[in-house]
Design a protein around this ligand. Structure first.
Ligand SMILES: Cc1ncc(COP(=O)(O)O)c(C=O)c1O
Length: 445
């Protein structure tokens, strides 16, 4: 195999070694703060001659993005130094260019609601039924999406999150087929799924038919926090995607983040497939060990980079189980909503798995604890934008029934808006807000 180029990293390394006087930003001039010698100040530069410009990307950044596009099999891949948040804003802007209505599955991240607010694009909501067994909304089906599109032929863009925070994947191939049959565009928030491309079975949303998709490279791959991708298979010049991201992004993207995306390309090209295959079989082995001890796992989870423990079904409160993990020197990714999410990557080592197995060595399951009712049924009376910009007052949630939310409140994670700005608050929403720890709320005056 030809060694994979790393043009951004090579440029930074050569520049750091050149001894050139840095009469440019940033203010540290490539020299460490005393005591901060371990920090890579020397590689942190701005868009100087030869370093390209992220929003135009015709030099080293452009070349590195081409390599990423080849690795992910996309028509175009743009780097984000602002995580999936920036990629979501950019992809909504691009999709809005095609006109029509937007249908969104409710388990969306706050970045989606913010994008809709900024772009004044009100989503129609699709809320899959709540499942009492798991305490979660069900994973959306292709049939539900097809039915909604048939009911409203003006829907042109469909937006969904997959995998979700707990590691459940939607059937993107079937959904893409339904959306495309009706002439629509499919946008996927794949913030948690960059690695799906490199599993023994490639099930990245771009492979399965998404038109635009964001990945938080930093969540699943060896990339610095903030590194992400916007992938496209649309017949559009890449410059349009760049313009649409530039509308929201900083004009000073971090070269440390860009260089980590660049270095990651080499790892993806040379090692990722084997490494993810090994990780997949290792996480499955640990899951089997936990199950033998009576630990209940989330039944819909398919992402092998996650182990999702259903604490309530195992008869434990999640905080109590988190304490058990911390006593064994494990910090979970998330603990809440009756579940614990543990994230793995090929950079997890044998000790990480062994500690987890040891933590449950003398585990005693108990009678399952029930999940409360949490059906969300939004009633939109103002658009997100109207409500977010309306005069507001902050009141106690106990007095919020009968009012209109002036802000969105999302259970964080798994990122299901309990209320979005512009929605009517009834007794059910009031109870849901209180159950998810919200005690005051901005409402429209
Ligand atoms: C489903 C989902 N989408 C988008 C984001 C935003 O990603 P980032 O933090 O990379 O901006 C997150 C972050 O946790 C997320 O969970």
């Amino acid at each position: 195999m030809k060694p994979c180029e790393t043009p951004i990293f090579d440029f930074l390394q050569a520049y750091a070694e050149s001894g050139i006087s840095r009469l440019h930003m940033p203010g540290h001039k490539g020299r460490p703060i005393p005591g901060g010698e371990a920090f890579p100040f020397a590689l942190d530069i701005t868009e100087i001659r030869g370093a390209d410009v992220l929003r135009e990307a015709e030099g080293i950044i452009g070349r590195s993005e081409e390599i990423a596009a080849e690795l992910f099999g996309t028509r175009a891949t743009c780097y984000s130094a602002g995580g999936s948040t920036l990629s979501i804003l950019g992809m909504l802007r691009t999709a809005k260019r095609f006109g029509g209505k937007l249908l969104a599955v409710r388990n969306c991240h706050i970045a989606f609601l913010n994008g809709c607010t900024l772009l004044d694009w009100q989503p129609e909501w699709l809320c899959p039924p709540y499942d009492r067994e798991t305490g979660l909304a069900s994973v959306v089906t292709a049939e539900e999406i097809g039915t909604r599109m048939d009911r409203d032929p003006e829907i042109r863009t469909v937006y969904l999150t997959s995998p979700d925070y707990y590691g459940a994947e939607a059937d993107i191939r079937a959904i893409a087929a339904e959306v495309h049959r009706r002439g629509g565009l499919l946008l996927v928030d794949n913030a948690h799924g960059a690695h799906l491309k490199f599993l023994p079975e490639d099930r990245h949303p771009m492979t399965l038919g998404a038109d635009l998709c964001c990945d938080s490279a930093h969540k699943a791959l060896p990339v610095l926090t903030g590194g992400g991708y916007l992938h496209s298979r649309l017949d559009l010049p890449k410059s349009i995607l760049k313009d649409d991201m530039a509308l929201f992004g900083s004009t000073s993207p971090s070269y440390l983040i860009l260089a980590s995306l660049d270095l990651c390309n080499r790892w993806l090209a040379e090692q990722a497939r084997e490494a993810f295959a090994a990780m997949e079989s290792r996480t499955r082995r640990t899951e089997a060990v936990l199950q033998r001890k009576g630990v209940q796992l989330h039944p819909w989870k398919t992402d092998p980079a996650k182990i999702t423990i259903d604490c309530r079904k195992s008869g434990w409160e999640e905080e109590e189980m988190a304490k058990l993990l911390r006593r064994n020197r494990i910090e979970p990714e998330f603990c809440g909503g009756g579940k614990i999410v543990l994230m793995f990557s090929p950079f997890s080592d044998e000790e990480d798995f062994a500690r987890l197995e040891d933590a449950f060595a003398s585990f005693v399951p108990r009678e399952p604890l029930p999940y409360p009712e949490a059906e969300v049924s939004p009633r939109t009376v103002m658009t997100l934008r109207e409500a977010q910009f309306a005069p507001f007052e902050e009141i106690s949630v106990s007095e919020a029934a009968g009012r209109i939310a002036a802000e969105s409140r999302i259970t964080c994670p798994p990122a299901v808006p309990v209320v979005a700005a512009g929605e009517w608050i009834g007794e059910n929403e009031k109870k849901l807000l209180q159950n998810s720890g919200n005690f005051s709320l901005k409402v429209v005056k």
